[in-house]
Design a protein around this ligand. Sequence first.
Ligand SMILES: NC(=O)c1ccc[n+]([C@@H]2O[C@H](COP(=O)([O-])OP(=O)(O)OC[C@H]3O[C@@H](n4cnc5c(N)ncnc54)[C@H](O)[C@@H]3O)[C@@H](O)[C@H]2O)c1
Length: 535
Amino acid sequence: MALDLTPEQKEVGKQNFHRVVGKLGKEGVPDGMSRRQFMRGLIAAGVAAPVTAAAYYGYQNNFRERPVKAGLIGSGDEGGVLVGEHNPAYVEFIAYSDIRPSNQARIFLDERDRNPNSPRRGFNFHYGNDAHRKIRLYDDYRQLLANPEIEMVVIALPLHLHAAATIAALEAGKHVLCEKLMAWNIRQCKDMIRAAERANRLLSIGHQRHYSMLYAQANEVVSSGVLGEVQHIRALWHRNNAVEIEDASGQVRYRDSWNPAIKPEDRDALAGRIRTLGYRSMEELVRWRLYKRTGGGLMAELGSHQLDACSIFLGKQRPIAVTAVGGKHFYPDNREVEDHVYCIYEFPGNNYDRSRGPDATNNDIVIVTYSSINTNNFERYGECIMGSKGTLVVEEEQSAMLYGPAAAQRGTAMTVTTAGGRPALDASDSTGPAARRDADAGQSALGVAAPSRGYREEMEHLAYCIRNRDQGMASDRERLQPRCGGRQAMADAIVALTANAAMNDPHNKRIVFQNDWFDPTKEAVPPVNLQVETV
Ligand SMILES: NC(=O)c1ccc[n+]([C@@H]2O[C@H](COP(=O)([O-])OP(=O)(O)OC[C@H]3O[C@@H](n4cnc5c(N)ncnc54)[C@H](O)[C@@H]3O)[C@@H](O)[C@H]2O)c1
């Protein structure tokens, strides 16, 4: 993401970020944000103790002996991440459902044997080698939903099934954490929100950046104003994981991670009844991301996360309009969805004049460009927020780097000053003992280990909300709701899917976002994925 930064410059940027976060947290620095009081206290006292996400987001395990009993629906790649990351003191899995024999078995296994960095630690890691005796398998997830012991379900199914499974779960009285993208179309998102309201159950959607301390801190830096006027954010997720394969005729073709091999045990068990399982073919089941009926392409899979982050950085604003280009530029023959996408979103700036309408020129807009490509990963992934007085780079959900606005400042140590009444980046006094204490405080606020991506916290928080929602005072209501609930996630889905509509328009037309699309009480939806195709 950070193009040609040297390792030394990266380290300077990280220290700048930690220092400014640490100093912004000190009492007396008007950061203009609702930062948790305890964190101010810790930092002001110079306590370099790690601040847990639980403390930061205001939840705790006050139900120690009564973890929320949960079922997992979809034990594939992401189901494995969520099982690996869950905290059994909050969430106890007692059942799961999948239709592929390979993944029914795989979910128990600790994949660190093969890859030491794998987050997939399996049920066995958490519940012991006899986990298969404690965690019941259901071939049909509707039977899992009939289990009265289960209070909450975690859904990690292919996109086209999110709405049906979520609504069935809510109607069965379960609270739901459903993976992103919320749904295949926006009508389904609205149905999911309404189902949660009717059932009086909590609905959380897995855009995990809402629970990432790194993003919370980056957001604090942006909203403190130290970046000055932000008119441009550049976000991208670039991959190049194709391997060459030769087909029977000797022609070279490519296969990437969205196009995995079909395992013999899955084919043997399911091929004969694949249509009764709701799929047109084994390929569609295993490679669901490649098909428009089952997936949503790069914008649903990758872009939605980063546009979600950008809208948070811009004060949870919705975009005004989007223009996009995309297509099958590299894999013409093995997929329906685009393999390269390039989008331009117009967001309202601080002084945006709404009365002039969405087509006015020279209004105060922030342009967010987003690209996701499949043929080069030189830049990998992240977001770069470019302000008139500073630059913030968030890289791969793992680190943040802060600089002045000019290339010449890439190696300059920075702190923050309030001399002019507002926080501003300042190169003086950035290396003394006080500055070092600020950097330590900022760094320790990220936690001891590598920053958590937020998966563990999104499950912990939902469990906390479930256990405490009946006791909560009115003032607690916000805290007792998922941080990425139905409305927020529907907005993320609208932002992602409308770009698909723009790039599929033969003239790549600019599409203006309509307020009613974002209102679950209204029927209006964006012009994309209107027709659900059944098998
Ligand atoms: N938040 C994130 O960072 C993140 C990352 C990756 C994936 N995801 C999301 O997680 C979801 C799952 O993705 P994945 O990579 O795990 O896909 P996957 O194909 O690896 O897993 C999906 C699983 O669902 C199972 N399944 C399909 N139909 C079923 C049915 N009718 N009943 C029961 N099981 C069924 C499949 O057999 C498979 O095991 C997607 O929505 C994806 O967008 C989120």
